[in-house]
Write a protein that binds this ligand. Sequence first.
Ligand SMILES: *Cc1c(COP(=O)(O)O)cnc(C)c1O
Length: 396
Amino acid sequence: MKASNHYAGIRSAWVEIDHTQLIKNFTLINADTPAHLKKLCVVKDQAYGHGAVVVAQAAADAGYDYLAVETIDEAIELREADISLPILIFGEVNDAEFAACLAYQITCCVNDIDKAVRFNQFAKAYVAQASSVAASSLQKTMAGQSTINVHIEIDTGMSRWGVRWDEALPIIEYIANECEYLHIEGIMSHFAMSDEADKTYANTQHSRFVTVIDAIAQTDIQIELVHMSNTGGLLDLPHAHFTMIRSGILHLGVYPSLVCKRIEGLAPVMSVKASIPALRQLREGDRVGYGMHFTATKPMLIAILPIGYGDGYPRVRNEGYVLIHGQRCPVVGGNAMDATMVDVSHLPDVAIGDEVVLMGGQGEEWIDPRDLVKWKKTVCYEILTGWRARLPRRYV
Ligand SMILES: *Cc1c(COP(=O)(O)O)cnc(C)c1O
């Protein structure tokens, strides 16, 4: 999220990223995580809106081993910002994206034989052309042959990406034995529900994954990176850590659910703030906002905030509050794409330019992403990623 011009960031509503807290969170997680584990930092969707390059750099500084994103553009953005950690793309890449993965040294998943055959051909051509320039990313096998790292995703019960656990071995063997330009660096799976108190299904998925690992152990195929745990698994399922964990939300200081274990001292990195551009006196009977959802029953003072659901704030009707002067100020009426009105009648000294906190802390008060979860009727992942790019990011 680079400043696109000289005036970027001067808008009077913005997302604030607390870089010090981000580094502190990484340090606390490192202290809590077994030292032998490798760690992958998930920075998809701009690291859930925090800025992928900033979070990836902090992860690299904190000793993380790998990064992951969801799209080829996200991966290329990191490379162009000189991030040199290995990067994995989750999901499925198409043939054109595979070519880009080779050019930018990005790892992807290969989950079926047809794709393995085609990618092996691309890899062969790339290796032939690259060997003349001695590309540093090429993995050398024992025989001195150059290969391209890939991971295989095992679907253990989400019916999303990957090959079914009970059909996986033939594809793994095919890639290992027949695709001489591909190297299986990693094997992964993903939990459908790892952060709730009931771990029954998570353990079913874990057992299915273990059957694949056990079957591989009966062959001479060796896979260095075995990974299944997201934040929920990292915190609650130590038997599912394998050789690497993948965390996306935890270092941002937000827990995936209310029941997932606490690491003392973790705190959210992201706040959303504004400064008051306008105040209005209401008379008895005045209406506020679209749909006439609020009528003043007495004289009131309201602040008009320059932020609405078009910025990612929930579309609310007389629900929710913001913080001004360390006090809760309730939303009045229905907010708009670009504006939200709040009652400030109880703040005698309120003035244009005063700071407003829509998510985060002010004085003794705190608006947690989980409060917005209630107002937006969603999960905290969508609250974090939902703040739109038109809100400038300020790093403090
Ligand atoms: C998003 C994602 C993660 C990170 O999940 P968190 O709960 O944010 O830690 C891990 N693995 C995969 C495959 C993902 O898509």
